[in-house]
Design a protein around this ligand. Sequence first.
Ligand code: ZN
Length: 420
Amino acid sequence: MSKEGSNTCSGSEFDALGGQIMAWADALAQHTDSAGMMTRTYLTPAHHGAAQQLACWMEEAGMQVRRDQAGNVIGRYEAAQPGAPALMTGSHFDTVRNGGIYDGMLGVLLPIACVQRWNRQGKRFPFALEIAGFAEEEGVRFSATLLGSRAIAGTFVHAVLDNVDEAGVSMRAALAQAGFDPALLDSARYGPASLLGFLEVHIEQGPVLLHAGAPVGVVSAISGASRFAVEVQGQAGHAGTVPMAGRRDAAMAAAEIALYIEQRCQGVPGLVGTVGQFQVPHGAANVVPGKAVFSIDIRACRDQDRENAVADVLEAARRVAERRGVELALRRTHEAPSVPCAERLQQQLAASIERLGLPLHRLPSGAGHDAMALAAIADVAMLFVRCGNGGISHSPDETMTAADAATAAQVFSDFVEHFN
Ligand SMILES: [Zn+2]
């Protein structure tokens, strides 16, 4: 397996790192908001416990650790010449409700394990390596996403400090209760020239690598997304007395639009369309629906593919509404362009994968990630790691193997050792 040279290492050494990463993920999962499931939301006691634990492992691995005013945990493995600029890596340590234990955490734990190995070898690089455990990405508690990485990128929107959780606690108050000063949030920010690049390791959260038989993949771009909330107003009536002809059924109009979305988004690589919410408010079995509300989510790695699909869907929706005699109210709720991964970093990742004799697989990311926020201040790249269980994520059924953790650690180590 291994060749002679400073950058190589026996397979068994990385097998041990893989085991370490999996054991840490299990241990970190004990910090949960609700016993018996993996739920860790921003600024709760469990969230604080996980941060403390990560800081402890970073310190033991040979890093200097600090927490910023957004609650991010940042470890720095100093360069050969102290004070040199840093290559940053990392991911989030919050979770969705009843989620998995690798989503996010893998991208924090894996680099810590690699630093631990370099520190034992006394190996330093011409650059510092910083590992960020981003405090918030999923948006569960305060309905705003990417809070940790946005604070670092300097794109944190201060208006969200007034968002409240289910108990009515504002983010501003929760930060203060946790010992942070919301007025100092901007101190978390890194200057645009302070990072040499950002690499996020993350489980794929889909089945592509699993089906391709590849343990890791290089992400080409993080898909852009357009989201809409749609309200259809028709005419309610008695299910028994209103004849079929001339009905203005809001739910059937919504259904026809939803089916169009499914059909339109098929067959274009990287394009996906989803109607994830679909309701007939106050509907009853014996009433022709007078109102329907639904959501539209359209994503693509190429912005042009997404914009074309959105234009076609809006046009089709208007046609359906006209023909069926219903009113449409469409509100755009989210719009984000795709974020391409930097070509030079993709090439360096690909070179590491090929040096290790692994299959090279490139794929877009349909899900959003912290790397999207970091792209505001640095070139970004992502290394995806294969999921088990059909690629399920955001679920307790999310799995991955120690062998894949070991392989990803080997790719990550090779990337850092050759980074330029
Ligand atoms: Zn994630």
